[in-house]
Structures are given as structure tokens and as C-alpha cells.
Design a protein around this ligand. Structure first.
Ligand SMILES: NC(=O)c1ccc[n+]([C@@H]2O[C@H](COP(=O)([O-])OP(=O)(O)OC[C@H]3O[C@@H](n4cnc5c(N)ncnc54)[C@H](OP(=O)(O)O)[C@@H]3O)[C@@H](O)[C@H]2O)c1
Length: 175
């Protein structure tokens, strides 16, 4: 099952200068909770922003570069076709596509579920989430974010499932 997991601020901003535009520990916790024990699929720029393979997850990187350009243990896929083939071969597993915009754009027709964090604040950005046709999805989960000293924004977590999908609807616990 292919799942998009991302956070966006007002205007769909998701990145700035190769990094997240904000510091929101509650969303990082959500990311870790949801993806641990599963597979993360990242574009090469997003993977570089992690600094190292994410622990306790199968790391898949999409890049034109050879596997030798990446740390041992990382699976490197050289095209979106290869990603689709990988997804077909691991259909029973949770495969979290964690960005960036190039992967979200290229795989929008293939994704089964969406895990979206919306941050109701404005940040400077140079990378924007590609348009998602939400009429193709139904909402299957919602959790409001808790605003506090360390997370000084209003934010919320939503999960969507593609309509008519035969995949089992997963649930998630954000907090
Ligand atoms: N807010 C969020 O939830 C979130 C999530 C993820 C990322 N981000 C942010 O988004 C920004 C990065 O996004 P991005 O769209 O610029 O980059 P990206 O998707 O992370 O990486 C782009 C790179 O992926 C490889 N790639 C992409 N499509 C490919 C294909 N079809 N075949 C082979 N390789 C392919 C290429 O790497 P090579 O050059 O190695 O070939 C390309 O340069 C950063 O600021 C990051 O922090 C935000």
C-alpha cells in the first residue's frame, strides 16, 4: 500500500532551502510513530535532508544515481516505474512516500492513502505540495494538534483513503 505522508503550511508550502520550513516536534513525533517498522520512500533531496538512513525503517531512495552513491542497506530505485514495481512486489506492506514534491507529483495517481499534517501558519518556502484531487479520497481519520510552547502553531492531522480502494483502511494515533 502506497501512503503519502507530509506536512504542509498555508499555501501548500512543504520545503525551503532543502529542509522543512518549520520546527514542529509534534509532527516529527507523528512521522516517527507512523513510519517506524515500515518502509519510507524518499526522493534523493529529501533523503539528504535526513542526513542518514532513518533507523528501524526500510529506507528506499529514488535517484538517478547508482546504489553505490548511498549508504549500505538503502534500496535505490532509479525511476518511478521502479517505484511502482517495488510497490507491487510489497503490496501488503505500508510504504510511506515521504516526499519531496517530485515524488508526490509523480505518484499521485498511484497513492492509496494520504497522511496529511496541516499547519495553519505561513512560512517562506520554495517547494509546494502538488495539487491533490481530494474528491478521489474519503477522510478516515482526524486528530487536532496540541498547541504548546514547543509547538506554537495550530495544526491538525488527517488521513484519507482512495475511494473504492480495496486496501484495508488503516487508523493512526497521532498523540
Ligand atoms: N513538508 C514535508 O512533509 C516534506 C516532505 C518531504 C520533503 N520536503 C521538503 O521538500 C524539499 C525537497 O523536495 P524536492 O521535490 O525538491 O526533491 P525530492 O523529491 O526529495 O528529490 C528530488 C530528487 O529525487 C530524484 N528523483 C526524483 N524523481 C525521480 C525519478 N523519476 N527517477 C529517478 N530519480 C528521481 C532525483 O535525484 P538525483 O538527482 O539523485 O537523481 C531528484 O533530484 C526539501 O525542502 C524537503 O525538506 C518536505
Amino acid at each position: 500500500m502506497l501512503i503519502f505522508l507530509w506536512a504542509e503550511s498555508e499555501g501548500g508550502v512543504i520545503g525551503y532551502h532543502g529542509h522543512l520550513p518549520w520546527h514542529l516536534p509534534a509532527d516529527m513525533h507523528f512521522f516517527k510513530t507512523q513510519t517506524t517498522g515500515h518502509t519510507v520512500i524518499a526522493g534523493a533531496k529529501t533523503f539528504a535532508s535526513f542526513k542518514r538512513p532513518l533507523p528501524n525503517r526500510q529506507n528506499v531512495v529514488v535517484s538517478h544515481r547508482p546504489a553505490s552513491a548511498f549508504p549500505a542497506g538503502v534500496t535505490v530505485l532509479n525511476s518511478l516505474t521502479a517505484v511502482r514495481q517495488y510497490a507491487a512486489e510489497h503490496a501488503a506492506e505500508k510504504l510511506f512516500v515521504v516526499g519531496g514534491a517530485t515524488l508526490f507529483s509523480g505518484l499521485a495517481a498511484d497513492v492509496d492513502q494520504l497522511y496529511r499534517t496541516q499547519i495553519h501558519a505561513t512560512f517562506p518556502g520554495d517547494t509546494v505540495m502538488p495539487a491533490i484531487d481530494y474528491t478521489q479520497f474519503e477522510r478516515i481519520g482526524h486528530q487536532p494538534g496540541v498547541r504548546d510552547e514547543r509547538n506554537p502553531y495550530d495544526y491538525e492531522f488527517d488521513q484519507f483513503q482512495r475511494k473504492g480502494s480495496t486496501e484495508a483502511a488503516g487508523s493512526s494515533d497521532a498523540q
